[in-house]
Design a protein around this ligand. Structure first.
Ligand code: FES
Length: 109
């Protein structure tokens, strides 16, 4: 599988997550304050909640339901109640296009 165009940069608002599906894989896409685009799994590992409905805080995305914040870089929850990470997807920017490969996840370390 290869990276697919999912959005354009102009469709993203800084610090507001957008939910997308790439080949049926739900993701939350975030343009952070440094201008970097991140894509992580959209489903909170504590419950069936869309993380894109949550809040961007620096380099994390906080689930609105019970407050676990997930690192946009590693996918790891930074606080309870969630304790399992979400996947992190490789993002490529080509001009104004945001490409994501749903088959590729960055290593969580
Ligand atoms: S459902 Fe996300 S922290 Fe509980």
């Amino acid at each position: 599988m290869s990276a697919q165009k999912v959005l354009t940069l102009s469709e993203l608002t800084q610090d507001q997550a957008v939910r997308v599906e790439v080949n049926g894989v739900p993701m939350a896409v975030v343009l952070d304050a440094q201008g970097e685009v991140h894509a992580i799994g959209d489903t909170c590992t504590h419950g069936d909640i869309s993380l894109a409905d949550g809040f961007v805080e620096g380099e994390s995305l906080e689930c609105w339901a019970h407050g676990s914040a997930f690192s946009l870089r590693t996918g790891r929850p930074l606080n309870l109640p969630a304790y399992e990470p979400v996947p992190v997807y490789e993002v490529t920017i080509e001009g104004d296009d945001v490409l994501i490969d749903p088959a590729v996840t960055k290593a969580v370390n």
